[in-house]
Design a protein around this ligand. Sequence first.
Ligand code: THU
Length: 139
Amino acid sequence: MSTNLNELRAAARAARAAAYAPYSHFAVGAAVETADGRRFTGANVENASYGLTVCAERTAVFAAVLAGARPITAVAVTGPDGVTTPPCGACRQVLAEFGAPDVPLTYARADGGWSDTTLGALLPAAFDPATLEASRGIA
Ligand code: THU
């Protein structure tokens, strides 16, 4: 795997600047690498109707999907300095749609370091495309 996680982390950090977070003031940046070697970034986009907010991870994933760049092969996520920022449950589900269980995900920790994990560790037993595929011909 050619992924340079440090470059992906830096891209996620830089992406925070694009966040629209006037309500939470919690800017998040994300970066995903795709199988073709491209990189896509995202940031959270909030809404006055709070529940319509879209997280940084999902805006990054959707940018990759819209560019025709699937699957995702690495992910980096960071929030404000001094805050540990793992992906929320909804984003884990969306990441599982487009990345295999062994795909690395690195997220920023409060101490300035990074925690490295995988999509499969973050969402074991995911309800993923294979789940629906397995049902073909049954229903
Ligand atoms: N947020 C993300 O962008 N990613 C996550 O995984 C968790 C939360 C955003 C949503 C909202 O704009 C702000 O962080 C506070 O919840």
